[in-house]
Design a protein around this ligand. Structure first.
Ligand SMILES: O=P(O)(O)OC[C@H]1O[C@H](O[C@H]2O[C@H](CO)[C@@H](O)[C@H](O)[C@H]2O)[C@H](O)[C@@H](O)[C@@H]1O
Ligand SMILES: O=c1ccn([C@@H]2O[C@H](COP(=O)(O)OP(=O)(O)O)[C@@H](O)[C@H]2O)c(=O)[nH]1
Length: 868
């Protein structure tokens, strides 16, 4: 950090301390000017800035002190003399993300990356780091070896990334395992000691990652009032893998002492909770893990980057110079970029093998493309990493030897880290970024690439095993890195992708990356350590997944349906397909227009005529809520039934509820959280919250991606919010709906009919029913309701008017005298005056089929034209 930087900061600090109190907004022009200057200076001096004690926007001063505790400090130290040090920004996503967080009075506690055995060294390094608000934990050589190289990187890291426990030399492994575990605990205690030394009452302690799973326990053992959050940056594997770890229970129990436990994705959180339930026998709830009344909250906080830092950097002269230089160097060739720590989880060999396959299959590209791979050395003392380095070199040599020429090599491989400016320049000029992690907590390289691509709009090929696949999957090409053929084909596709598709994909991701920042991630997590909204407890799940079918349907015999209609005198019509996503001209709205439901314009006139016939009662029965129906049908003389019949509105009059009194809807908030999470990560998906159900709809999203996301969403619902709730999960073609048990259109109809008969004072049975709809399987019980007898089924009990009391108990309506004899028939369809009709779906419990909404429109027009 430059000298100017320090003066600048202290000036701002001075203004803050003298002009404002802790809670007020700072309007002063002076401060604004200083902030602008600081921004300008930051963009000039990108070497390093740390969580700096106040808001990036400069609007509000937070006095919240935060102790960030991570194994690695954001600065790694290199000794240049007995008491002099050079500090360099550490590599890795945790550091990058946390460097983008502002607004806290923060201190970072961690290891500086080397052993400093002597007192002079420790004192001078402590001093040098203090300027950057960093506090070192000094680990001795043996602890570093056994804790960091051993237990963390040889045992835990491969295990949580699904690579399993080390298997070679079982006896030695077992012996070293025990001493490594002891060192792990010792190191955690050393971190705890430093935290305790610097802790002030009211601080929040934010512990990061799998290196420090014992820390929450050690801290709380000392001071139970300390607020401690633990966030895991890596995957948490399925309990089937995790349970192989000999020390599995102790680690889980220590983490559970924290006030809040966070993960990047729902999958990781779910795996953690199920490990606690299966291994420790504790109870998993929608909010976390419960142990004898004590709840540890477990939640999802997907990390982000500081996008502005990258966007601003592209304007810097140093970056522009790099861009010119790289463009010259790689002139005439498309650039594929890989940026990874040289880690076993990053799938670097897989990436090279896929690239080799691509070159093999696409000779025309051989001299027109280069794969630039930045492989940042990491954990170089660990044998697996040493083996990986040799393996990677061998593959690079092989491919370059095979496809290189006297003037070009296909793979430009660097075993080095590069500086921030060069990295930004590389991101900006890249055509295709290639991320092939075989497992990755998130993968921030993919976010950084997107942030730097506003001009070029290059393609991101992203492993489906990276946490980032859930957030950037809509714009990326998702691949299985083990499938080299698929990756090779994706490279070919990405290199020749049309500009409009590139742009569309890039826009999805750019929007996500620039709105889901590391700042927001940190603010949400820290706020939740202090306060967390707790959901209520749930019971019983039912999952409806398959569309069960009866037969292939015949087309609706229009003539016959109309003839019977004309002969009848008390008709009932049900419709559920009157709304469509259409524009004013009746054209179906495409993916990139508005998503509001509108009454099909071609229907308006005929619907009006049908509704106004006194012999006909029309009911629109929908899953939508009351507002949607009011907006579309206000002007018509028909009945509206919203939320699958839970609410009913007569032709004239107000909405009433037909909802059973004991209906449990306590689960709605927790389901909403899951829907919100997936909606944010699935562009063009949306969800609706109603009083008795919620629907997540991905009809307008990319269908492939929507399907993938819906699978994840379902798994996460089942494992969490609805694991014990009285709900039905109904999968539509492109939707997932969660409803209170028993809410179906068929169940609704029973109550609705009673109301109508009563309301209209009907004194003759209904002698014609037309029921048209595109129903989910769950709602197809409506067809059966009117069906005298389905083939192979026993005849249903005849439908009669319910008693006065029965109706009154089902409804909130005030009641007049019944006009028909109780027990007399409501329906008199004679088996032939019933026309149930599915729309656009071949297999259904309906009797007939209409091919599309347009066919519904033309049939109803025909019907209206025939009546007088
Ligand atoms: O400190 P090292 O041993 O050199 O390792 C570097 C970091 O690697 C891991 O990063 C993870 O965090 C990223 C940000 O959340 C995430 O995007 C990535 O997928 C993870 O691998 C590790 O978890 C960190 O603790 C290390 O510092
Ligand atoms: O030479 C380099 C190349 C990359 N990075 C950074 O390393 C981080 C890698 O984070 P990611 O989440 O992708 O994976 P991790 O290394 O944390 O597992 C990114 O922020 C990169 O900008 C770095 O510091 N030096």
């Amino acid at each position: 950090m430059s000298k100017n930087h320090t003066i600048d900061e202290s000036l701002i600090q001075h203004v803050l301390e003298n002009d404002v109190n802790s809670d007020s907004t700072v309007p002063a022009m002076r401060l604004e000017r200083l902030l602008r200057e600081r921004e300008l200076r930051r963009s000039k001096d990108e070497d390093f800035y740390l969580i700096d004690g106040w808001g990036e926007q400069g609007a509000r001063v937070h006095k919240q002190r935060l102790l960030v505790v991570a194994n690695r400090l954001p600065l790694s130290a290199v000794r240049t003399g007995e008491d002099s040090w050079s500090l360099k920004v550490s590599a890795g996503g945790v550091v990058s993300a946390l460097l983008g967080v502002h607004g806290y009075e923060a201190r970072w506690i961690g290891w500086a990356g080397l052993n400093v055995p002597d007192e002079v060294g420790q004192r001078s390094l402590t001093h040098a780091l203090a300027e950057k608000k960093c506090i070192p934990v000094f680990l001795d050589e043996e602890t570093i070896d056994k804790y960091y190289n051993g237990y963390c990187n040889h045992i835990l890291w491969p295990l949580i990334h699904y690579l399993g426990l080390p298997q070679e030399d079982r006896l030695a492994t077992t012996q070293s395992f025990q001493s490594q575990f002891a060192a792990y605990k010792k190191a955690n205690q050393m971190f705890a000691d430093v935290v305790n030394e610097h802790y002030k009452e009211g601080d929040i302690v934010w512990v990061h990652d799998f290196h420090l799973m014992f820390l929450p326990k050690y801290l709380k053992d000392c001071n139970n009032n300390m607020k401690v959050g633990w966030f895991n940056h890596s995957p948490f594997p399925s309990s089937e893998i995790y349970r192989t770890l000999p020390t599995r229970s102790q680690l889980l129990r220590s983490v559970l002492v924290a006030d809040l436990v966070g993960f990047h994705t729902y999958d990781f959180a779910r795996h953690f909770v199920s490990s606690c339930t299966r291994i420790l026998g504790l109870e998993g709830t929608p909010d976390g893990v419960e142990d004898q009344g004590k709840l540890t909250r477990v939640a999802v906080y997907p990390i982000g980057i500081d996008p502005d830092r990258f966007i601003r950097a592209l304007e810097l002269p140093q970056v522009k110079d790099h861009i010119i230089d790289f463009k010259e160097r790689f002139a005439g060739r498309k650039i594929i970029l890989g940026v990874d720590r040289l880690d076993t989880i990053k799938g670097i060999p897989q990436k090279f093998l896929a690239f080799e396959k691509f070159l093999e299959e696409n000779p025309i590209w051989r001299e027109k493309v280069v794969l630039v791979q930045i492989a940042v050395p990491t954990r170089t003392e660990v044998p697996e990493y040493q083996k990986l380095t040799s393996k990677v070199h061998e593959i690079v040599g092989w491919i370059n030897g095979r496809f290189g020429t006297l003037t070009t090599v296909p793979i430009h491989h660097l075993d080095q880290s590069i500086d921030f400016h060069a990295l930004c320049a590389l991101y900006a000029i890249t055509d295709v970024a290639l991320v092939t992690s075989i497992r990755d907590g998130m993968n921030l390289v993919s976010y950084e690439f997107v942030a730097c691509q506003a001009l070029k709009k290059g393609v991101l090929i992203l492993s489906e095993f990276a946490g980032a696949a859930q957030s950037l999957g809509a714009g990326a090409i998702l691949v299985n890195p083990w499938n080299v053929t698929e990756v090779a084909e994706s490279i070919a596709y990405a290199l020749s992708m049309p500009a409009d598709e590139r742009e569309k994909r890039h826009c999805h991701n750019f929007k996500y990356v620039t709105t889901h920042t590391s700042q927001k991630w940190a603010e949400t997590f820290v706020r939740h350590v202090l306060f967390f909204p707790v959901c209520s407890e749930l019971s019983d799940t039912v999952v409806e997944a398959q569309l069960r079918t009866r037969k292939i349907l015949p087309l609706l015999p229009n003539r016959k349906a109309i003839e019977h209609y004309l002969q009848s005198s008390n008709r009932l019509g049900f419709h559920a397909t009157l709304t469509e996503h259409v524009d004013a001209q009746g054209r179906r709205i495409d993916q990139f227009r508005e998503m509001e439901l509108n009454l099909h314009p071609g229907l308006k006139e005929s619907l009006k005529r049908l509704c106004d016939d006194p012999k006909t009662t029309i009911i629109v029965l929908s899953g939508s809520d009351r507002n949607v129906l009011d907006e579309n049908f206000r002007e018509y003389n028909l009945w509206l039934a919203a939320e699958h019949g839970m609410f009913l509105r007569p032709t004239t009059g107000d909405w009433m509820t037909t909802m059973p009194e004991n209906l449990n809807v306590d689960w709605i908030d927790s389901v909403k959280n899951v829907f919100e999470y997936f909606t944010e990560r699935t562009p063009r998906s949306h969800f609706e919250v109603r009083e008795t159900s919620l629907v997540w709809n991905y009809k307008y999203a990319d269908i492939e991606f929507g399907k993938l996301q819906s699978k994840d969403l379902l798994q996460n619902l089942r494992a969490g919010p609805i694991s014990n709730a009285s709900v039905d999960v109904v999968q539509g073609e492109q939707s997932v709906e969660v409803r209170a048990v028993g809410v179906t259109k068929g169940a609704g109809i029973d109550r609705i009919l009673g109301e109508i008969v009563h309301h209209k004072n009907m004194n003759a049975p209904i002698d014609y029913v037309l029921c048209i709809g595109h129903f989910l399987q769950k709602d197809e019980d409506i067809y059966k309701f009117f069906e005298p007898k389905l083939p192979g089924e026993p005849a249903p009990a005849p439908l009669t008017f319910p008693t006065h009391e029965k109706i009154a108990s089902r409804s909130s309506l005030g009641r007049n005298e019944m006009t028909l004899h109780e027990g007399s028939l409501i329906l008199d369809l004679k088996g032939q005056n019933y026309f149930s009709c599915a729309v656009g779906r071949n297999r259904s419990n309906a009797r007939y089929l209409l091919g599309s909404s347009a066919e519904v429109v033309s049939f109803l027009k025909e019907l209206a034209d025939c009546q007088h």
